[in-house]
Every structure is written in structure tokens, then in C-alpha cells.
Ligand binder design. Structure first.
Ligand code: CU
Ligand code: CU
Length: 340
């Protein structure tokens, strides 16, 4: 019978293995370990030769050999937001969100029984300009009651707390989009922790009436997946699959502003973070004013978000990752490919 090993204990017990071979935990679903009749630690230790460990060191974690699920371009709709629109009186911005229960491959060979908006976790990027009337038609196609709770300013009856939407039912959220900034939305049905951890969240951008300077715009939603149901995350990612942007680096141009709308939706762990190698950036907390910090690392509590602006000084490959090394080694890392 498989002994239940907590994630923290596992990491402590297998630190050298995990450090050398970040994907050592990939095959360790409860079912797999139970079938193999061994505990997590021995599975990790036995699964790979020391040669493989050496080959899979951090330096090698880029490009086609990275065992991340998905194909190139799969996450484009989550990474690249729809364009900002200048303010126009009376405009209505409409979105349709449907709660869908689905299996997601969150790390190579590891599936997660997710609750999603429109089939992905995170859900689609919602974007409006301050002053637009935002209309979001929500249908619950799942088997549990759900809602959509938006951050921002809106009436109490549009807050996604009291108007719980049962399976098969619909609700239309409608309110003026404000204030401008980087926001988020997530399910607020109870138990809240579970509804968020299952995947019901996404980025919500409200643009200022006068659009920001032109830029290469990206969205990064930081999250985690508890694939064995023990109340702790087994993987950490940006926008979905573990190590995806190590396999498919994000191509950007030197000399052209890069703007990242970033939000932390990680459940269970108190904080997450974003760290950039080889450069500094301006960080605008919540994106709601022009005050910024010039730094290379930001710390984000759950629900905290902001806007990062980078002017890359050099071409080449630059890593970005959580500065919690544990998160990095469990999937939350990637690369920018900076070109001229
Ligand atoms: Cu829910
Ligand atoms: Cu919230």
C-alpha cells in the first residue's frame, strides 16, 4: 500500500533528485504509485538513471526536449490579449463564458480533473476599456454550482457571490468597466478554495480611456494544480501546462516595449512571484496608476496582480520564473527569446 507522502516531505526527501531532474515527479499520480506498489520517494529515485538526471539539468531545460504537454501556439489565446480600444461612449463589450468540467494535461502525462471557463484553466482573457458596458453571459455547463466574481467596481448584485448559478442555468453579468488596471475574475461559489483550485479563474484587463503606449502585450496567469487531491499543489505553471514556455520560448523584439499583464491565482500557497533574468522592468501594482517600482522580482499574494513593462537591453534567451525555486522546479519557468 502506498504511503501518503506530503509534497513538502517529498521535496525534502528527494531534494537532490528533484533539483537535478525537475520532472521526476511527473509520473507520480496516486494511481501510478499505488499500482507500482511503492511510495513517491522510491518511485522518483528509481524512475531514472543518473545519466538522465545529468542530461536534464537546468541548463538543458529549453526547447524541443523539454517534456511539456501541448503544441506550439496552443496557448496563444491566453498569452496574447485582444487589442486595447480607445474609449468610445456607449460601447458594449460582450463575452460568453461557459463552465465546463474537463480533463486537462497539466504536465506531460499528468491529467487534472478541472473545472474551467470555456475549457481552459486559466479561462479566456476578458478585456474592456474604462467606461465600456461589460456584458458577460455565463452558462453553467458543469455539475456544481458556480459564479463569476470580477474584481473592480460594480453593483452588489453583479458581484458573483449571491447569484449562484446552478448546473444548466445562466446568468448575465453587466456593469460599467472600471477602474482601469489589471484585474482578475474567478468563481466565488463555496467551498471557494476548491472552486479556484479546480481552475475557475482568468485575467480581466481594463484599459485606460487613452490607450497605453504600443507594446508587445502578454498575459501571464500564475497558478498551481493539486493533481493528487491532497490540498497541496503538485505543479505550478503560467497559463496552463508545466514548463510550456521552456519548450516554446516567448519571442519578443529588443527595442520594442514588452508589457505583461500578470495575476496570481495560485491556491494553497500564500505567495507566488515573478523573476526576470538579465534585465529590470517597471512594475505597476494593479496597473491602476503610473507609479512603478524598478526591479527584477515581484511578489504576489493570491489575487494580487499588476503590469510589468520591459525594454530588453540585450538579445538572447532570458529565463523568467517564480523566485520560489520549488515552484520553478515543478513547472513555473520559461524563456524569452529576445531578437533584433
Ligand atoms: Cu465554482
Ligand atoms: Cu478575488
Amino acid at each position: 500500500m502506498a504511503r501518503r507522502v506530503s509534497r513538502k516531505k517529498l521535496l525534502a526527501g528527494t531534494a537532490p533528485v528533484v533539483a537535478a531532474f525537475p520532472l521526476a515527479k511527473l509520473a507520480m499520480s496516486d494511481q501510478a504509485t499505488a499500482e507500482a506498489g511503492m511510495n513517491h520517494s522510491s518511485h522518483a529515485a528509481m524512475g531514472h538513471t543518473s545519466m538522465e538526471h545529468a542530461a536534464m539539468g537546468h541548463a538543458a531545460m529549453i526547447g524541443a526536449d523539454v517534456p511539456a504537454p501541448g503544441r506550439a501556439g496552443d496557448l496563444d489565446k491566453l498569452l496574447y490579449p485582444p487589442p486595447a480600444l480607445p474609449a468610445r461612449p456607449g460601447r458594449v463589450r460582450e463575452y460568453r463564458l461557459t463552465a465546463i468540467d474537463t480533463e486537462l494535461e497539466v504536465a506531460q502525462g499528468v491529467t487534472f480533473a478541472a473545472w474551467t471557463y470555456n475549457g481552459t484553466a486559466p479561462g479566456p482573457v476578458i478585456r474592456a476599456t474604462e467606461g465600456d458596458l461589460l456584458r458577460v453571459r455565463f452558462t453553467n455547463g458543469g455539475v456544481h454550482p458556480h459564479t463569476i466574481h470580477f474584481h473592480g467596481i460594480h453593483p452588489a448584485n453583479m458581484d458573483g457571490v449571491f447569484e449562484v448559478v446552478g448546473p444548466g442555468d445562466s446568468f448575465t453579468y453587466e456593469f460599467e468597466a472600471r477602474p482601469y488596471g489589471m484585474h482578475l475574475y474567478h468563481c466565488h461559489a463555496t467551498p471557494l478554495k476548491k472552486h479556484i483550485a479546480k481552475g475557475l479563474y482568468g485575467a480581466f484587463i481594463i484599459d485606460p480611456p487613452e490607450p497605453r503606449a504600443p507594446a508587445q502585450e502578454l498575459v501571464m496567469v500564475l497558478n498551481g494544480y493539486d493533481t493528487d487531491g491532497d490540498g497541496e499543489n503538485n505543479f505550478y505553471t503560467v497559463n496552463g501546462p508545466a514548463f510550456y514556455y521552456a519548450k516554446y520560448p516567448i519571442r519578443v523584439r529588443r527595442g520594442k516595449l514588452v508589457r505583461i499583464y500578470i495575476a496570481n491565482l495560485t491556491e494553497f500557497d500564500l505567495i507566488n512571484s515573478f523573476h526576470l533574468h538579465g534585465d529590470f522592468f517597471r512594475y505597476y501594482p494593479t496597473g491602476s496608476s503610473d507609479q512603478f517600482e524598478y526591479t527584477d522580482t515581484v511578489m504576489l499574494c493570491q489575487g494580487q496582480r499588476g503590469i510589468i513593462e520591459i525594454d530588453f537591453q540585450n538579445t538572447g534567451r532570458f529565463m523568467f520564473h517564480a523566485h520560489q525555486s520549488e515552484f520553478t522546479e515543478l513547472g513555473w519557468m520559461g524563456f524569452f527569446e529576445v531578437v533584433d
